[in-house]
Design a protein around this ligand. Structure first.
Ligand SMILES: C[S@@+](CC[C@H](N)C(=O)[O-])C[C@H]1O[C@@H](n2cnc3c(N)ncnc32)[C@H](O)[C@@H]1O
Length: 212
């Protein structure tokens, strides 16, 4: 449920045919309506572009909405590597990326992101940009990998860091809540990072890996 201010800001933009088609495709397949908020999707494109990123890693593809936003910002010849637990979701995401003319820019790796990240590490892969948006219990581990696999100056983003109010609710202490609180605290305090946490929509953490 977005606020009046978020609705106002989203209403300033004309309809985006690729993203509308993708959202309809996700709904038609009965997949959950948990793609990134429209305003943060635009921010992803801007930040990938500002960073001049050539190697982008997404953790959690769903139906390709954020994948389209990320790939749109890629530098020429850049590529998006996207990790997704469910094969059918990755196939849907790939179809939507292809329909948006971005199919050549993406490679999907299926399975638990922890295993895919370990494989990427063994392959010696490095990235300029990370978008963390999979299971919330994994956020602290995904942050560790992002710091390890990030080039100097890499951007690290985490979505849904407010967990629809659960992060700030003292009565909530489930594993996802504890993991996201720990992730947010590390985003704010890890000396290797420069960061901010945006409280709009469902919360977005943005960090830059220092060293550049
Ligand atoms: C919030 S959705 C991603 C939304 C997508 N980033 C977007 O904005 O369009 C989370 C996705 O993470 C996937 N996922 C959940 N646990 C995972 C895991 N352990 N490894 C990889 N992907 C996982 C889910 O299947 C789901 O597609």
């Amino acid at each position: 449920m977005s606020t009046i201010e978020e609705q106002y800001a989203d209403g300033l933009y004309s309809e985006d045919a690729d993203l509308i088609r993708t959202k309809k495709g996700i709904a038609a397949k009965g997949m959950p309506d948990i793609s990134i908020a429209d305003g943060y999707g635009r921010l992803l494109t801007m930040l990938v572009s500002l960073r001049g990123a050539r190697e982008v890693l997404e953790i959690g593809a769903l139906g390709g909405y954020s994948g389209i936003c990320l790939a749109r910002g890629l530098a020429s010849g850049g590529r998006l590597t996207s990790l997704e637990l469910k094969e059918e979701y990755a196939e849907t995401a790939k179809a939507h990326m292809e329909e948006a003319g971005l199919g050549d820019a993406v490679e999907y790796r299926i399975g638990d992101a922890r295993a895919s990240l370990e494989q990427l590490k063994e392959e010696g892969r490095k990235f300029d940009f990370f978008f963390i948006d999979a299971d919330k219990e994994g956020y602290p581990v995904y942050l560790d990998y992002a710091i390890e696999l990030g080039n100097p100056g890499a951007v690290i983003i985490g979505d849904n860091v407010l967990l629809r109010g659960r992060t700030t609710n003292p009565d909530k202490a489930g594993p996802s809540v504890l993991a996201v609180r720990s992730f947010n605290e590390r985003i704010a305090s890890d000396e290797r990072l420069m960061s901010t946490v945006l409280p709009g929509y469902d919360g977005l953490a943005i960090a830059i890996l220092k060293g550049n």
